[in-house]
Design a protein around this ligand. Structure first.
Ligand SMILES: NC(=O)c1ccc[n+]([C@@H]2O[C@H](COP(=O)([O-])OP(=O)(O)OC[C@H]3O[C@@H](n4cnc5c(N)ncnc54)[C@H](O)[C@@H]3O)[C@@H](O)[C@H]2O)c1
Length: 251
């Protein structure tokens, strides 16, 4: 599907070196956006940017750590230097594939602080770095990557995603009057290498209980992301949209 308001826009996708973020970056490039692949894993990020360019799209790799104020600021500056400004931000990056599995009562405190810094505060740092350019250009749109885990009480991973939902609501109120919309996507179990590594068996149990009984594919998320960035969602902000095969059903 072709979405109005994406062609020639400048989009940063964090954590776009693989999995769902790679699908977001490639989906945006297919719509004619100029895409910054912002990723901490250098080889993966540069591969995705190269593949987009090789298939006729426009992309630029920026090495970035979303947990660092200096790095996110440098990411925004590099984007402006390359493409002239910023219209869209997809806050997808997270520690996920190789995350430690531990309870809130037992997780190592330094690990917990760094995890929350990357998986929750990182999205705020990126928004703070990118929103000024969006505002200067007359508006923009931000998509936050949440998870159905936000509603499942699953330790610090779920807590960080609940924080993403809170940020979505709070930033929507703060930035809406300046023309920037913020919405979140909450995927259910989605077929990526990271999911297989972290929670393969658990995910299979969840999938068996889904009304739409299959795993999500990264491409399932892409349409919602494009919709939320495009003009088609011009009067939608502060919302969390589940793309989860019916996993979370809220009457
Ligand atoms: N796969 C699923 O089932 C699922 C379900 C719900 C939500 N999610 C969320 O979707 C997003 C992508 O998940 P995925 O399955 O593609 O996993 P993934 O591990 O492939 O993607 C995360 C990406 O973020 C990058 N990253 C990690 N720390 C970073 C940092 N500090 N700065 C910049 N980049 C960093 C990683 O290198 C990786 O490329 C994550 O936010 C995850 O929590 C995934």
């Amino acid at each position: 599907m072709q979405y109005d308001g994406i062609e020639n826009k400048v989009a940063i996708v964090t954590g776009a070196g693989g999995g769902i973020g790679e699908a977001y970056a490639k989906g945006l490039a297919t719509q004619g956006a100029k895409v910054v692949v912002a990723e901490i894993a250098k080889d993966n990020g540069s591969r995705v940017a190269r593949e987009i360019c090789d298939s006729g799209g426009t992309a630029h790799f920026v090495e970035a750590d979303v947990g660092s104020p200096e790095s996110t600021q440098a990411m925004a500056e590099a984007t402006i230097a390359e493409f002239g400004g910023i219209d869209f931000l997809v806050n997808n990056a997270a520690i996920f594939g190789d995350m430690k599995l531990a309870g809130l009562m037992t997780v190592d405190w330094d690990y917990y602080k760094n995890f929350m810094n990357v998986n929750m505060d990182g999205a705020l740092l990126c928004a703070r770095a990118c929103a000024p350019s969006m505002i200067e250009r007359g508006g923009g749109s931000i998509v936050m990557q949440s998870s159905t885990a936000a509603w499942m009480g699953v330790g610090f991973y779920g807590l960080a995603k609940l924080g993403m939902n809170g940020l979505t609501a709070a930033l929507a109120a703060e930035l809406g009057p300046r023309g920037v919309r913020i919405n979140a996507i909450a995927p259910g179990p989605t077929d990526t290498e990271a999911l297989a590594k972290t929670a393969g068996g658990y995910a299979d149990t969840l999938v068996a209980q889904l009304p739409l009984s299959r795993k999500g594919q990264p491409t399932d998320m892409v349409e919602t992301c494009l919709f939320l960035l495009s003009d088609a969602s011009a009067w939608i902000t502060g919302q969390v949209i589940n793309v989860d095969g019916g996993q979370i059903r809220r009457p």
